[in-house]
Design a binder for this molecule. Sequence first.
Ligand SMILES: [Zn+2]
Length: 112
Amino acid sequence: MEPSYHACAACNYQRKKCAANCILRRHFPKGKTNVFNAVHKIFGVANVTKMLRAANSLADQDEIAKSLYWEALSWAKDPVRGPYGAHLQLEDEIRVLQERLLFLEKAERRPD
Ligand SMILES: [Zn+2]
C-alpha cells in the first residue's frame, strides 16, 4: 500500500487531498494516471464516483472500474462507434469462425 501522502490519480487531477477512504484510490492509484485519464475523458469523475458507490462489493467495484476502462479504450480506438465497433468486429470474427467450422464439419463427413 502506498503511503497516504500520495494522492491517487483522480485526486491528483482534481488537485485535492486524497482521503484515506477515497473510493477512487483503489482503482486509480498514483501510477495509473493514464487509466484514470482515459476513463475520466469519457465518463467524468463525478459519474465514475457515483457508479463505484452504487456497487455492492469491492469485487463489483473492480468489475465496474475494469468495464469503464475497457469502454474508454474502445472509444479511444474507435471515436465513432466506441464499444459498438468492438461488438461488430467480434460479430465478424464469430461469422468467419462459424463458416470455417461448417466447412470443416462438411469436410469431415465426406467419404474418403
Ligand atoms: Zn483519491
